[in-house]
Design a binder for this molecule. Structure first.
Ligand code: FE2
Ligand code: FE2
Length: 137
């Protein structure tokens, strides 16, 4: 396994995390009404986790000899609570899939410490997914 490929994947993960931070922040701010209040509380609560994930990934990229390439896409606001929750549930699902792939790449590179940390990220994203899913049921 090419370490460069692993670094590229981690950079993609880093940008996805930063995009998630921006979306949660934006979505929390535009939510109003009863349903909106529930969604707002959940979005606000996840921001710190996602920012921590981004900081971990940026440090790890440097530790592996790479450069963090920060170029997140800007989010579009969704004001309907259900639609915003659905978008975030899909995004958490994609994050889990991405980290599962990264776990395999880390393992193939002999980066066992990273593999364990990535598994912890999978646990966090799974919790986020389940919290969003609970509100959508
Ligand atoms: Fe995350
Ligand atoms: Fe998440």
């Amino acid at each position: 396994m090419d370490k460069q490929k692993l670094i590229e994947g981690l950079n993609a993960d880093l940008n996805r995390e930063l995009e998630t931070v921006m979306r949660y922040l934006l979505e929390a701010s535009v939510m109003v009404g009863f349903g909106g209040h529930e969604a707002r509380e959940l979005f606000q609560q996840e921001i710190a986790d996602e920012l921590k994930h981004a900081a971990f990934l940026a440090d790890k990229i440097v530790a592996l000899g790479g450069t963090p390439e920060i170029k997140p896409a800007y989010p579009t606001p969704i004001t309907d609570p259900c639609e915003a929750l659905k978008r975030e549930r899909d995004n958490e699902c994609q994050a889990i899939a991405g980290y599962k792939e990264r776990v395999q790449q880390a393992e193939a590179c002999g980066e066992i410490g990273l593999r364990v940390e990535l598994e912890n990220l999978i646990a966090d994203e799974t919790r986020h997914f389940e919290e969003l899913d609970r509100l959508l049921r």
